[in-house]
Design a protein around this ligand. Structure first.
Ligand SMILES: [Mg+2]
Length: 241
């Protein structure tokens, strides 16, 4: 069966994996939104974020990541206020150094598309679409994707089959003709394989929290050292079919 579409995870796959102090990131937000209780608010937002990730993982994506917007509102943040917008800008700016697109991405995506293979992003994320799109545009790759799915806009998340099915449907390519590239065995590889896609694992990410790295005996269809290697894997599969 030919591969007619390649779908990419974002964090740790299209971007590098960095170990980050998440509390520091939230302090960037809190010291602008609520300088008088910045420590406290940063702690609350961090705990809320981590609770959401844990719940998403424990329910295998049946419960989605949700959106930051909702999380803020649950903590009494006025998301229409100028101070919120300024604080959110500072928060996302603090993430910038960790969002740069892998240096292999442009050549890889252009090569795949040059062969008529469709491309997409499927990301478990709470960030708004507009921010993800601006990051991809900054790095010159936004126009190289046929479809983008961010779970800040969906009820479910990886590894739930529904989000993989959504991408397959919108690319108009059946799952058996899709390859998924990701750095997490459970969310990415198991999720993709459970709907009949092939899973290409990029083991970039170190120190994924133990609670989120259950491998369940998952065997990727291919394992690569760097993102650009996706091209050889897909071409090899297509030459053999
Ligand atoms: Mg990832």
């Amino acid at each position: 069966m030919n591969i007619d579409a390649v779908i990419f995870d974002w964090g740790g796959t299209l971007t590098p994996w960095h170990i980050i102090d998440l509390k520091d990131q939230w302090l960037e937000y809190a010291k602008i939104y609520s300088p008088e209780r910045a420590e406290e608010l940063a702690g609350e937002l961090l705990a809320a974020e981590q609770a959401r990730w844990s719940h998403q993982f424990e329910t295998a994506g049946q419960t989605g990541t949700g959106a930051l917007e909702v999380m803020f509102q649950e903590h009494g943040v006025d998301t229409s206020s100028a101070s919120h917008f300024a604080a959110l800008d500072a928060y996302l700016a603090a993430w910038d150094p960790h969002t740069y697109t892998d240096e292999d991405a442009v050549d890889l995506l252009e090569s795949l598309r040059g062969q008529g293979i469709k491309t997409a992003v499927l990301s478990n994320t709470m960030w708004p679409r507009r921010h993800h799109e601006s990051v991809l545009e900054r790095d010159g790759v936004l126009h190289l994707f046929d479809y983008l799915l961010f779970t800040s806009e969906t009820e479910t998340a990886k590894p739930h089959k529904s989000v993989f099915a959504d991408v397959s449907y919108n690319l108009d390519v059946t799952p058996d003709k899709c390859a998924f590239v990701g750095d997490r065995l459970f969310d990415d590889i198991h999720g993709a394989q459970s709907i009949g896609m092939r899973g290409i694992w990029v083991p970039h990410s170190k120190n994924i929290p133990a609670a989120e790295s259950t491998d369940l005996g998952i065997t990727p269809d291919a394992t690569i050292d760097r993102l650009g290697d996706v091209l050889d894997i897909v071409n090899g599969w297509n030459a053999a079919s």
